[in-house]
Write a protein that binds this ligand. Structure first.
Ligand SMILES: Nc1nc(=O)c2ncn([C@@H]3O[C@H](COP(=O)(O)OP(=O)(O)O[C@H]4O[C@H](CO)[C@@H](O)[C@H](O)[C@H]4O)[C@@H](O)[C@H]3O)c2[nH]1
Ligand SMILES: [Mg+2]
Length: 210
């Protein structure tokens, strides 16, 4: 997919993607603090190719997932990460097509763009079915994700997908049986809860119809 080398952790200096804060508040008269991150809201799309009966998913290297595979004592600042001990492939996830809300467009328009950029399908915005919105994290980050469902056909496939600019995304197709096996495996599922939510939503609401 892509070869990851020369990994080293540095302190966060300035970011347009995350804003770290400490919230100070008083709860029942007791002063408290909570450390947290402000992050962008996002959209995620369950894409189903109804012609070939496959879910259209994305695979990519996620630095945060990779960090999670590394023992805390081996994550020290400025100490190179031993990629022989910690294979970077363990940071590769399978996810729903998704993207951050960083443009002045409707959520459905942003979802339409992500489907095109990441998966290569050009879909009419009206074909997106709104599923709902939920908190994407509650402990350390504050953002809302809105999920959509979208059916596609091969006629809508206009590019290979793969993301924009520096993104390196592989499009993967899974049958309903394959995705069922994947989400029920005993090993850690290398996917976020939003993916599990979307797949179970699909299995509950859509898969019996095909
Ligand atoms: N975070 C970050 N740090 C950088 O240094 C950094 N440097 C560049 N970028 C750019 O940010 C964009 C992020 O890509 P997307 O818009 O496709 O959003 P996703 O990463 O897919 O995230 C969504 O989907 C996930 C799965 O459901 C959810 O967990 C997230 O909450 C949800 O937002 C890309 O253009 C990437 O090049 C960074 N992004
Ligand atoms: Mg994305």
């Amino acid at each position: 997919m892509n070869k990851i080398t020369d990994v080293v952790m540095k302190p966060l200096e300035k970011s347009i993607y995350l804003k770290p804060y400490t919230m100070h508040f008083t709860q029942n008269g007791q002063k408290k603090t909570w450390d947290l991150l402000g992050i962008h809201d996002s959209v995620a799309i369950i894409i189903y190719n109804k012609l070939r009966k496959v879910l259209i998913l994305v695979k990519q290297f996620r630095p945060a997932v990779y960090l999670g595979t590394i023992d805390p004592q081996d994550r020290q600042i400025d100490h190179p990460i031993d990629t022989a001990k910690y294979p970077p492939e363990n940071g590769i996830t399978i996810e729903l097509c998704a993207g951050i809300v960083d443009k002045q467009l409707s959520l459905a328009e942003i979802a339409r763009e992500e489907i095109l950029e990441e998966c290569g399908y050009d879909v009419p915005v009206g074909s997106l079915e709104l599923i709902g919105s939920y908190r994407s994290g509650v402990g350390t980050s504050a953002s809302v994700q809105t999920a959509y469902y979208c059916e596609v056909t091969d006629a809508m496939k206009v590019t290979q997908g793969g993301g924009t600019d520096d993104e390196l995304i592989d499009v993967v197709e899974m049958t309903v049986a394959e995705v069922k096996d994947y989400v029920t495996q005993r090993d850690v599922v290398n996917s976020p809860p939003s993916f599990l939510f979307g797949i179970y939503w699909f299995l509950l609401n859509k898969s019996s119809k095909y």
